[in-house]
Design a protein around this ligand. Structure first.
Ligand code: 6MZ
Length: 365
């Protein structure tokens, strides 16, 4: 595991609420249990269960949202999630979350996002580079592993960029509100829009106006695509030419051809696909074919908390399931730099980080 942990890594598909620690969720559930809002033992059982169908996963998200939809708690889980990724040497994290509105506690989509940003500021264990203007100032080079010039000790840094998710349950207007919010928050690291949520809910065309507007305004777009079989939707999503897609589990021959000819990078979430049974086993996972075809792809976690995984574990699983060596894994991690939604200054700094790590870890090509 050490090999996978010490390697710098880039995480491009992580949902905030799905990445919350079990221990935090249990603590929150206990508090609500004491207040009589929920029955703790029922919730404990659901949180600790490890094998869940896709349907059950979305029921769990509804429960998680009951526990976490509060400004202070959102700040706390954001802080913890960033710290957890940084602790396993994730050097660039693109964290996605669905801005939520809850009138009963005075929460707007905007105040929800302010709570997320407070969480980024609250991290103390590592330095978090998330303000886009940080990069415009000074030299522009903001190394992730900087040496503290005063005492010579290395202090870890992690780049964080945010994607705002549109939930498939939302209306066109609600999706548009999310895109407008994303545009207002570009200076604090919002770089794009994600379409996610239960794949059997909603119609792709509902979100199209908001996604088109987002693209016209220069936001990057990633879509959950083909998590369930739906050829018409998959075809239209690919024709939209998103910068990346997530999952691509239920593609047919025609869709593979299209994906490959458009060269759209795929965010691969191995454990998530197996746990939710969208792919029956790693032997038949599309990672192998895409990797062999040199199609752009990146390993991601999806929901570290919900699927009890980590990005290092996903690399370990890929190594053993697909017979990849240390150099190939390192290259896989390094390739992800080319698919990040952050600007070129961040990208070139990340390339530097991987170059120096290649020497340190003895994985030069
Ligand atoms: C589709 C998913 C997902 O946004 O509240 N989400 N959507 N497929 C998946 N695969 C298992 N995993 C997570 O994080 C939780 C939300 O992310 C989406 C769902 O909309 C879920 O409610 P946030 O931070």
């Amino acid at each position: 595991m050490e090999t996978y942990q010490s390697m710098p890594k880039v995480e491009l598909h992580a949902h905030l609420n799905g990445s919350a620690r079990d221990s935090t969720l249990l603590e929150l559930a206990r508090v609500l249990g004491e207040k009589g809002v929920i029955v703790f033992s029922d919730v404990e059982h659901v949180i600790m269960k490890s094998d869940r169908s896709l349907h059950e996963v979305f029921k769990l998200f509804d429960l998680i949202h009951i526990l976490t939809t509060d400004h202070k708690i959102i700040t706390r889980i954001t802080k913890e999630v960033v710290e957890d990724f940084a602790s396993e040497n994730v050097v660039y994290l693109e964290l996605r979350t669905t801005p939520k509105k809850n009138d009963s506690i005075g929460m707007t989509k905007c105040s929800y996002m302010e709570a997320v940003i407070e969480g980024l500021k609250a991290v103390t264990a590592v330095d978090v580079a998330f303000m886009t203007h940080d990069m415009d100032a000074g030299t522009g080079v903001d190394s992730v592993l900087l040496t503290d010039t005063c005492n010579g000790t290395a202090r870890k840094k992690i780049y964080v960029r945010l994607l705002l998710s549109i939930d498939r349950r939302e209306t066109t207007e609600a999706a548009m509100e999310t895109v407008k919010l994303a545009l207002e928050l570009r200076h604090v690291g919002v770089v794009g829009i994600d379409l996610s949520g239960n794949p059997i809910v909603g119609e792709w065309t509902t979100f199209l106006p908001a996604l088109k507007f987002a693209r016209e305004q220069g936001l990057c777009i990633t879509l959950h695509c083909g998590e369930v079989p739906n050829p018409t939707e998959i075809g239209s999503m690919l024709d939209f030419l998103p910068q990346r897609i997530g999952h691509a589990c239920c593609f047919e021959e025609e869709e593979w051809k299209k994906l490959k000819s458009f060269n759209i990078p795929v965010e691969i979430c191995l454990t998530s696909n197996i746990r939710t049974n969208t792919i029956s086993s790693l032997d038949v996972h599309h990672f192998a074919d895409l990797y062999k075809a040199k199609h752009p792809l990146t390993l991601c976690t999806d929901d570290v908390g919900v699927f009890s995984t980590s990005l290092s574990s996903e690399y370990k699983i890929a190594a053993s399931a697909f017979g990849l060596g240390k150099r190939e894994l390192f290259q896989l991690a390094r390739n992800a730099v080319e698919f990040v939604f952050a600007d070129d200054l961040v990208k070139s700094d990340l390339r530097e980080i991987f170059n120096s790590a290649a020497k340190r870890l003895d994985v030069l090509p």
